[in-house]
Write a protein that binds this ligand. Structure first.
Ligand code: ZN
Ligand code: ZN
Length: 156
């Protein structure tokens, strides 16, 4: 479904159903046990889309500008339970609510009776410490709860 009111943040074409979105997210990680195995679980409290693009090519055209606007010194951090803030380098404890900037593909699979968006290829552009970007009070409602295999080398 093409929405004529939503335009690509680079080329201004209407946003297609399969699009690239840039969003600020508030999330928190935890370790959960299921069937005797440990998984890391991501709770997403908020996902605010700031910009939409028709393609990765258009995102690539804006990427450096976005990195400069957010004053990011480091981008695309590898997962660590205590990450380094992409702006100031301060530690970010992922077991408490924190802010990330993400770029991902989303496919609009909405039906007339329900709005559904499937996220693909989710990439973390930046992690921000509470001094750089304070997560608002975490809402009790969790909109996403993802389970991923917890690899032994990621527990430290
Ligand atoms: Zn575009
Ligand atoms: Zn910071």
């Amino acid at each position: 479904m093409v929405n004529e009111n939503r335009r690509c943040g680079m080329c201004s074409k209407p946003i297609p159903a399969h699009k690239v979105q840039f969003a600020r997210r508030v999330e928190q990680m935890e370790v959960v046990e299921k069937d005797g195995k440990q998984f890391k679980s991501m709770n997403v409290f908020a996902n605010d889309v700031f910009m939409e693009f028709c393609s990765h090519t258009c995102w690539a055209g804006r990427e450096l500008e976005v990195i400069a606007a957010y004053e990011l010194k480091a981008t695309y951090p590898a997962f660590q339970w205590v990450a380094s803030c992409s702006r100031c380098g301060a530690p970010v404890n992922r077991t408490k609510p924190y802010v990330t900037l993400n770029i991902y593909e989303a496919i609009d699979e909405s039906k007339p009776w329900v709005n559904v968006e499937r996220m693909l290829d989710d990439k973390e552009l930046a992690v921000l410490c509470p001094m750089c970007d304070a997560p608002a009070e975490a809402k009790s409602e969790q909109i996403v709860n993802e389970l991923a295999d917890l690899e032994p080398n990621q527990t430290t």
